[in-house]
Design a protein around this ligand. Structure first.
Ligand code: SF4
Length: 359
C-alpha cells in the first residue's frame, strides 16, 4: 500500500496543525470522538478524547451513542475492532493507513486455517477453544467467533483462560506465544503442558504425542518491541538501582516476567506507576512512548525504560502524526473509513462481545 499526505499537510508547522485539529474538533463537536492508544506520540495523545489500551478503547468505542465519527489513533486491527463493535451509522478512521501490527501479521489466515484443519483430527472445536489475541485481522476474529471462542487482550487474558478451560479441555491461542505462555503459567499450567505451533513446519513441528499431551497450543508469534527485554536487563537494573521496582508487559519473554516485580497490561502499568509511592524508582519493560509519558506525569518518581540500551519504540504506532490527524479530520468525506463486511463482521462480533463480557 502506498500512502502519502498531501503537501499542504506535510509542510504545515506544528502550531498550524494543532490549531486546525482544535478547530475541526470544535466544528464536529460531540459527533466526533478521538481514541488514542497509550503508545501514540505525545502530541497525538494530547488530542485524544480517551486514552487507553486496546481493551479499554474497544470498550469505549462500543459504548458510543450519538457519535458519528471515531478517529482511532492506533494500528489497523484496533480500528477494525472498533468498527465491528459499533453500529453501521458510525464511521471509524485510522489516520495513518500504513499503521499495522507486525505481530498480527505473524498469523496469516491461511496458516491458521491449516493449523486448525490439522487440529480437527485431535477433536477440533469439541476439544480446542480458540482464543485470539486482539492483535489479529478481522478474518481471524471471525474464525474464533465461528468456533465459539473469544478475543482476549493483555487486560483480560487471565480471565479468558479461565472462561475457556471451563468450557473445553484445550486451548488454541494465537498469535502471541509469550502472552499465551505467561497467562498459562498464571493459570497454573506446567511449562510442559504448553507447546508451540510453528507454522513454518509440517504439523506445526509437533508430534501427535505432544499435541495429545498439551493443554495449550501456542502460535509461534511475538511482539518485536517486548521481546527486546531480557533477564539480563532486569539483573542489571537491580544492581544499578537497589530497591528499583520492575514492571513489564506480559508480551515479554517468560524469564523477564519471572524476574520482574509485576507484569500486566498497559493499563496495569499505568496504574502501577500511579500507585507507587512518591520517590519510587520504576523500570518499565514496554513501549517507550508510554514510559516517557509516565516519566513526565509522575515527576516525583524516577521512571525509566528497563533495558537502558535499546529504544523500544513501536514504529507502527509511531507512524501516526498530527499531520495525519489534521488531514483526516479535515477530509472525512474524502477518506475511506475502515469497514468490516458481513459475514466476517457478525462472526467477529460474537468473539469480541465475549471479550467484553469476560474480564
Ligand atoms: S507494540 Fe508490538 S504488539 Fe503492539 S502494535 Fe506494536 S508491534 Fe504490535
Amino acid at each position: 500500500m502506498y500512502f502519502s499526505l498531501p503537501k499542504e499537510y506535510r509542510e504545515s508547522t506544528n502550531e498550524d496543525l494543532k490549531e486546525r485539529i482544535a478547530a475541526a474538533k470544535e466544528r464536529l463537536g460531540n459527533k466526533l470522538v478521538i481514541l488514542a492508544h497509550h503508545y501514540q506520540r505525545l502530541e497525538v495523545v494530547g488530542f485524544g478524547d480517551y486514552i487507553g489500551d486496546s481493551y479499554g478503547l474497544s470498550k469505549i468505542a462500543a459504548e458510543q451513542k450519538d457519535v458519528e465519527t471515531i478517529v482511532f489513533c492506533g494500528v489497523h486491527f484496533m480500528a477494525e475492532s472498533a468498527d465491528i463493535l459499533t453500529d453501521e451509522s458510525k464511521n471509524v478512521y485510522l489516520p495513518n493507513p500504513l499503521a499495522g501490527c507486525p505481530m498480527a501479521d505473524m498469523a496469516e489466515m491461511a496458516d491458521v486455517m491449516e493449523a486448525w484443519e490439522y487440529l480437527e483430527e485431535f477433536g477440533g472445536d469439541k476439544t480446542f477453544m480458540p482464543i485470539s489475541y486482539m492483535n489479529t485481522a478481522a478474518g481471524l476474529k471471525a474464525f474464533t467467533g465461528r468456533h465459539g471462542g473469544l478475543i482476549c487482550t493483555s487486560s483480560n487474558a487471565d480471565a479468558a483462560y479461565k472462561w475457556a478451560f471451563e468450557r473445553r479441555k484445550k486451548l488454541f491461542f494465537f498469535p502471541d506465544e509469550h502472552l499465551g505462555y505467561n497467562s498459562g503459567i498464571k493459570y497454573g499450567l506446567k511449562p510442559e503442558e504448553m507447546v508451540i505451533w510453528d507454522f513454518s513446519r509440517d504439523g506445526g513441528g509437533l508430534t501427535t504425542e505432544q499435541i495429545d499431551r498439551a493443554r495449550v497450543i501456542l502460535w509461534k508469534g511475538h511482539c518485536h518491541v517486548h521481546t527486546n527485554f531480557t533477564a539480563e536487563h532486569v539483573r542489571e537494573v537491580r544492581e544499578k538501582y537497589p530497591g528499583v521496582l520492575v514492571v513489564v508487559h506480559p508480551e515479554c519473554p517468560r524469564e523477564v516476567v519471572e524476574l520482574a516485580d509485576a507484569a500486566g497490561s498497559t493499563r496495569f502499568i499505568t496504574e502501577y506507576c500511579a500507585k507507587a509511592p512518591s520517590g519510587a524508582t520504576i523500570a518499565i519493560g514496554t513501549e517507550i512512548n508510554l514510559i516517557n509519558r509516565m516519566a513526565h506525569q509522575y515527576l516525583d518518581k524516577k521512571i525509566f525504560e528497563l533495558s537502558g540500551q535499546t529504544c523500544p519504540v513501536c514504529a507502527n504506532m509511531y507512524r501516526t502524526t498530527i499531520n495525519d490527524l489534521a488531514y483526516t479530520l479535515e477530509n472525512l468525506g474524502e477518506i475511506k473509513p475502515i469497514k468490516v463486511k458481513e459475514p466476517v463482521r457478525g462472526e467477529a462480533l460474537l468473539a469480541l462481545e465475549k471479550m467484553l463480557e469476560v474480564n
